[in-house]
Design a protein around this ligand. Sequence first.
Ligand code: NDP
Ligand code: 8X3
Length: 255
Amino acid sequence: MILNNQIVLITGASSGIGAACARVFAEAGAKLILAARRLDKLEELVETLGVASDQVHLIQLDVRDRLAVESAISNLPPTWSDIDILINNAGLSRGLDKLHEGDFQDWEEMIDTNVKGLLYLTRYVVPGMVKRDRGHVVNIGSIAGHQTYPGGNVYCSTKAAVKAISEGLKQDLLGTRIRVTSVDPGMVETEFSDVRFHGDTERAKKVYQGVTPLTPDDVADVVFFCATRSPHVNINEVIMMPVDQASATLVHRRT
Ligand code: NDP
Ligand code: 8X3
């Protein structure tokens, strides 16, 4: 119970890496604020966590909606308002089109979610951390923020923005006890590719064909590691990928 009663807010907890983070932080005794648009998925997840109902607070939230984010944070019940750890995980890719053929709606969805949504959460949660002089912001970036791949143009640029935001936040919080970490995975098998290809599951499955990808639990493990170091230790950035992957485009397929 290493995180006994610490309050952890996880965005995008209805699936994949966010749901895995919820499981690992719940096991460590944390109190969880879980946010996503699909409330039914959050409710299903809570059933599997095996924690008392007063240990979890659910918020149906679209992180792209700034006023909704402001209202969700400012209306937290007093016992939930002192957030210790913010995990900015909500995010998505849409399409793999060449830039000059790209879909405007896809671009806006990625930029509004991955960049602006992450900024809104950070802007509304971090002032409380500064006041209390304690806290930790963990951003889920990507190897896509370190290297651009064909068709990745806008998604990669959003993750490059996450990298810059993590670095900037760390600099701006210098002099406080607040930690900032970016966890940047390669290929993780989640709903990510289904969402990228707008529900084309056959195309999504091919992404992971012949590869042993990372699991959401692998990433959650690393997030948990970063969150449980001695208070004077800041893990700035972790890049992780499957053994069968060397870069966004270099993947060893065994079949
Ligand atoms: P999933 O599609 O499984 O999960 C994405 C989560 O984000 C869902 O819970 C979804 O919830 C939430 N989300 C999406 N849009 C919004 C929104 N507007 N408001 C609130 N929540 C939203 O994918 P992953 O678990 O793989 O993705 C999690 C993060 O990891 C993302 O930031 C992604 O970019 C990053 N990542 C993923 C990698 C991979 O290979 N899978 C590799 C590197 C990074 P809901 O739809 O219910 O709102
Ligand atoms: C997700 C990993 O390589 O598909 O961020 O961009 S990748």
